[in-house]
Design a binder for this molecule. Structure first.
Ligand SMILES: [Fe+2]
Ligand SMILES: [Fe+2]
Length: 195
């Protein structure tokens, strides 16, 4: 497994949290009860594990690419970095708004709108990375450079813990009916009542 495989694997874990958020938004807007705790905990995941760990790892890839002085790489890196920044801002706002909803100071719709914006941004961003950026990294970075990047990933991982396990913990805390992700319109249960 090289550095890019690790990032792609993390995308799959992050997508589970995107699915959870997408379902929570749809369920809440459809009149179901969704605890703001779900959004607060999801925002914590986005800040700690997506921004703090996954995006930080990609930052190491950006540096490695930029160091090779490829102009095309720099343009792509700037665009992706800017999206990381926007994602961090939305996640921070989502955490604040979810806390305000808990205190009864804001309407749930505000957290739904932020969560929806984040999910949309993240899906497009991931698609760009996997279809364009990662193949370019594999072409441009020789094996030894890729190995050095991977060694830096290990340090980031040690500081933050496992992203996959954090996604597992969120799914366990807020279980979504198995049919819901495949068919979001099929609302049968309200698993978050009383949380
Ligand atoms: Fe990224
Ligand atoms: Fe990514």
């Amino acid at each position: 497994m090289d550095a890019i495989d690790i990032l792609v694997n993390e995308h799959r874990h992050i997508e589970r949290v995107m699915d959870l958020l997408g379902w929570a938004v749809e369920h809440g807007r459809g009149g179901g009860e969704v605890s703001p705790v779900l959004f607060e905990r999801a925002a914590h995941f986005l800040l700690t594990f997506v921004d703090g760990s996954h995006d930080a790892k990609e930052g190491e890839v950006f540096q490695a690419i930029t160091a090779r002085g490829v102009p095309l790489g720099e343009g792509v890196v700037a665009a992706l970095s800017a999206q990381h920044e926007v994602g961090r801002e939305i996640a921070g706002e989502l955490r604040e708004v979810a806390r305000a909803v808990m205190r009864g100071e804001k309407e749930p719709e505000e957290q739904y709108a932020l969560a929806e914006r984040y999910v949309r941004l993240h899906r497009g961003h991931t698609e760009s990375e996997e279809s364009r950026f990662f193949p370019m990294v594999r072409r441009l970075l020789p094996v030894d450079a890729m190995e050095r990047v991977r060694a830096k990933f290990a340090r980031i991982e040690a500081a933050h813990g496992s992203l996959g396990e954090a996604a597992d913990a969120l799914e366990l805390a807020f279980p979504v009916p198995a049919t819901a992700v495949r068919r979001p319109g099929n609302v049968r249960a309200q698993p978050w009542i009383g949380r």
